[in-house]
Design a protein around this ligand. Sequence first.
Ligand code: ATP
Ligand code: MG
Ligand code: MG
Length: 385
Amino acid sequence: MDSRTIGVLGGGQLGRMLVEAASRLNIKVIILDTPPNAPAKQIQATQTHIHGDFKDPYKIRELSKTTDVLTVEIEHVNTEILETLMNENTVVVHPSPSTIKLIQDKYTQKIHLSKNKIPVVDFIEIPTKDDLSIAIEKFGYPLMLKSKTLAYDGRGNYLLRSEDEISNALESLGNFKIPLYAERWTSFTKELAVMVVRRANGEIKSYPVVETVQKENICHLVIAPAQINGVISEKAKDIAEKAVLTLEGAGVFGVEMFLMNDGHIYVNEIAPRPHNSGHYTIEACETSQYENHIRCILDLPLGSTALKVPAAAMINVLGKSNDLQETLRSCAESLSIPGATIHLYGKQDCKKDLPTMKPCAEILKSFDVPFELSIVSAHRTPNRM
Ligand code: ATP
Ligand code: MG
Ligand code: MG
């Protein structure tokens, strides 16, 4: 298909699914991440991956020496060295390091979006405790306090409900060691997401607008297409594409949004990479977000982003605190649902000990949406390697 080799910074589940898609196209991928058995390394286990930190400039340079195109499956990488390598012209980097850098800082990202007239909720920088008082006065309680950087899965967010919680909130967010900002609390009716794909030549396409439900800040459920009217759906797609057009570089971008009761839509944040809310595209769309990411960064023709089925759902079932048997039993039960597919991440442990999810069948039965396929269950399970 293509003789170029792709280097991926990060070896988690998104990297794993990228390697799966690349391997079908017979495209070689080299993963850079610390654990020798990182989820993405398990797929092409005979491949010489690099064991090292995706923030380590020396390791990133080493990766660039054996690859033609570098990309990321996580945004918290070292962008300075990516910039240097790009300027040295020895390797192509997608998306652009400047885009990754901009997105790494959620506050800078919000400034950028609002400058480009993309609707975002009101926000304010909180360099000191005094600024927090100003924010409280302006936005009232509850107030969403957020770390500007290093945030994921809600780590870095604190929902401040009253004055009594201020010292707890600041303590848990590192007492300004990581810079903070605040957002107005948004009482959205739904959370939406759109995966936008952009080829190196500028061509752009979007996947259907999906509905996402977070539980304890982790994506729990995705419904595709979102159960919203066509006008709202077009508007969400339009905003997502406009937002991605303000960023440089090729690849897949996950645009998270809030839908308000009155039809207003705000962009929450953008991920410059495949996104958990796009897992369903593997089985339910004509081309998965992972294959399209590869096509984008290699500047190959983009695949169709259309749904192949009337509706699809993805449930993210977290493993039960390292109890492999219990987790696998729940996976096996979900196989009894017609069209269900399971994707196991092959992670070493379950970092968050959340209560076991209800079996997928039960969760799906609770919807009044007619699903004709289709569950993609992404399970976080201990690996067997
Ligand atoms: P991710 O893992 O997606 O990168 P994150 O750690 O960057 O997440 P956010 O996306 O900022 O965190 O927030 C996580 C969730 O918290 C959102 O999906 C939404 O459910 C809720 N949330 C975030 N900001 C607000 C807000 N201003 N008002 C109401 N809810 C919010
Ligand atoms: Mg985030
Ligand atoms: Mg988010």
